[in-house]
Design a protein around this ligand. Sequence first.
Ligand code: ATP
Length: 299
Amino acid sequence: MTDTKRLRIAIQKSGRLSTDCQNLFKQLGIKLNLREQKLIAHSTNMPIDILRVRHNDIPGLVMDGVCDLGIVGENELVEMQAERQRLSLPSKVNKLAKLDFGYCRLALAWPQELGLIDKNWFQDKKIATTYPAILSEYLTRENISASLVNLSGSVEVAPRAGLADAICDLVSTGATLEANGLMQGETIMESYACLIQSPTLDCSNKSALIEKLLPRLKAVKQAKESKYIMLHAPKARLKEICDLLPGTGQPTMLALAGSDEIVALHMVSQETLFWETMESLKQLGASSILVMPIEKMME
Ligand code: ATP
């Protein structure tokens, strides 16, 4: 019997998003006993169960209320929503957060030997894809009438295998396209992993747990984007030094033992501290400049 009071989160069992999902749970303080073969992993410190499934099953499980939350690529979410609308099945989810992993682009590609081509080339061509709904919407918008070849994988081999003239597939570095003799064209959609919630969730304990996890998620994201900066600065140049460090708010100033002219400054910055800025700080007399990652942060 499953405990309906425990929050159920669907994630990809194995694939590009699974390690990032597991790392995220660790950062959120959710302790899990993940064994390779198990479909469900129970958290040992929170009323949370993790359901480990195929990536394209995640949107449906959340839309149907079988799982309360899910982590899924936006590409899969948008495609599944269109497909379910077509079939008159539930297709609504609440998007709680865009996550900082799983980045990819859904792009058109064609055999390299064709060189550069423009959109009109696609008229009356065959395009292979795993994302027919997203591609159809793009083709309609661009007034291109092409036929689609729906494949569930290995889309990049379709032109060479004579199945299609071009493809529309997910790309991150472009190395797979290149290895298959394809040239990358227009990006149809950019995608990140996102956290989605079932619209049918009606349990106050589960909602309270989600309300507890969301600030943690925000804090993890903020910590990743921030740096802790420490440096020694001559008191006489404090204003100029602080002006070089935008996004740091008001730094903490500490006295240094045995020195009246130099102080220590500690601050959190949301911006990257480039080498050029560090060199300019040094020219203003700053020294012992340390830039450190932050593990956790809550405002
Ligand atoms: P499963 O193996 O779980 O059935 P899948 O074959 O779609 O699903 P992956 O190839 O691991 O699994 O892709 C999962 C998701 O990872 C994609 O839908 C996309 O959101 C994201 N992703 C990030 N980078 C890429 C990439 N370079 N190629 C494909 N997907 C990527």
